[in-house]
Write a protein that binds this ligand. Structure first.
Ligand code: GTP
Ligand code: MG
Length: 313
């Protein structure tokens, strides 16, 4: 077997252009997806021979170094973690420095609480702190505003045009499209794009609209689970910061329902590494609460949304 570095599925032994196309089309777009597939699955998906598929799987596994790591190796890896500032000192402190790479940060809260604002701010601040890095913005609610990016970029003294050029925006038309876009983002990274932040705003909007009623809940959760897996793998495998927004259960036309509970239930809650609950505070302020984190205490902070970004009170 060739010793050349396996970077994409086409580098796998026995996988040429046609087969790799078939693999991609049937959902085996990444080395990881092949490494965890059974040879029967690949045979069925592509019509490749049994022994070829086994070789491809083995090569994929070898290239991923799926072994164990020691605690000190992991501590060293933690030093590669990038933290994107929110622009507010108190919010950054609450988050242990900022929104982390290698993790999913979920931000949930009622309408107008600032979830989308935060997405815009992170897209700009990433570029302030790590020049040359790119952002993928999956917009499901048509609320991405380039004008807002211009304001925010000026606020941190960056050239707005350059900042906008480094944000790849895609509108997701439905939940399937949204899932596909997340996979595409991963593909771009695999192919060498310097994407360090992937935003999904909103994570649950399409799922909520398309799967109505109890009867469809299981199917919705299953799909959402698959989507979260894609995002989680992407964040972990490529040290990417994933920021997703989520709505809360209450609706303006409903008197019942806990306004502090997020959509998506356990699936989203468990897959998210950090969870932030945003709410409106007194006199137009906003309150951010860290609800879940693997290494930080729970806590709250207050700030204002202003033209330049976030401001401490
Ligand atoms: P939904 O998507 O509806 O669930 O809400 P969201 O949580 O995404 O809210 P979003 O981030 O869109 O916050 C909207 C709020 O941000 C507005 O109500 C404004 O108060 C504030 N905001 C947005 N742009 C500006 C701005 O340029 N200046 C100031 N001062 N505030 C702004
Ligand atoms: Mg929004």
């Amino acid at each position: 077997m060739s010793e050349k570095k396996v970077k994409s599925i086409q580098d796998l032994p026995g996988v040429g252009a046609a087969t790799s196309e078939k693999l991609r089309n049937t959902g085996y777009a990444t080395i990881m997806s092949i490494a965890v597939a059974s040879s029967g699955e690949l045979v069925e998906a592509t019509g490749m021979g049994e022994s070829v598929s086994r070789k491809a799987i083995n090569a994929a596994r070898d290239s991923l170094e799926m072994g164990f790591e020691t605690g000190d190796q992991l501590l060293k890896k933690r030093k590669d973690v990038q933290k994107i500032s929110t622009g507010s000192k108190s919010f950054d402190k609450l988050l242990g420095g900022g929104v982390e790479s290698g993790a999913i940060t979920e931000c949930y809260g009622e309408f107008g609480s600032g979830k989308t604002q935060m997405a815009h701010i992170l897209a700009v601040n990433l570029q302030k702190q790590y020049p040359g890095c790119e952002v993928v913005y999956i917009d499901t609610e048509h609320t991405f505003r380039p004008e807002r990016i211009v304001d925010l970029a000026k606020g941190v003294k960056l050239d707005p045009n350059k900042v906008l050029k480094n944000i790849k925006v895609a509108r997701a038309f439905n939940s399937d499209h949204q899932m596909l876009l997340a996979e595409k983002a991963q593909e771009l990274i695999i192919n060498g794009a310097n994407i360090r932040l992937v935003i999904v705003d909103s994570l649950t909007g399409h799922f909520r609209a398309e799967f109505v009623g109890r009867g469809q809940l299981a199917e919705r959760q299953q799909k959402l689970n698959r989507h979260m897996r894609t995002l989680l793998n992407m964040s972990g495998n490529y040290n990417v910061c994933v920021y997703v927004t989520n709505q809360v259960l209450s609706r303006p036309d409903m008197f019942f329902g806990d306004p502090t509970k997020a959509i998506g239930g356990h699936i989203v809650a468990h897959a998210s590494t950090f969870r932030i609950y945003l709410r409106k505070g007194k006199k137009g302020s906003r309150v951010g609460k860290l609800v879940d984190s693997p290494n930080l205490p729970e806590g709250e902070c207050s700030f204002m949304i202003v033209q330049k970004g976030l401001a401490d009170l």
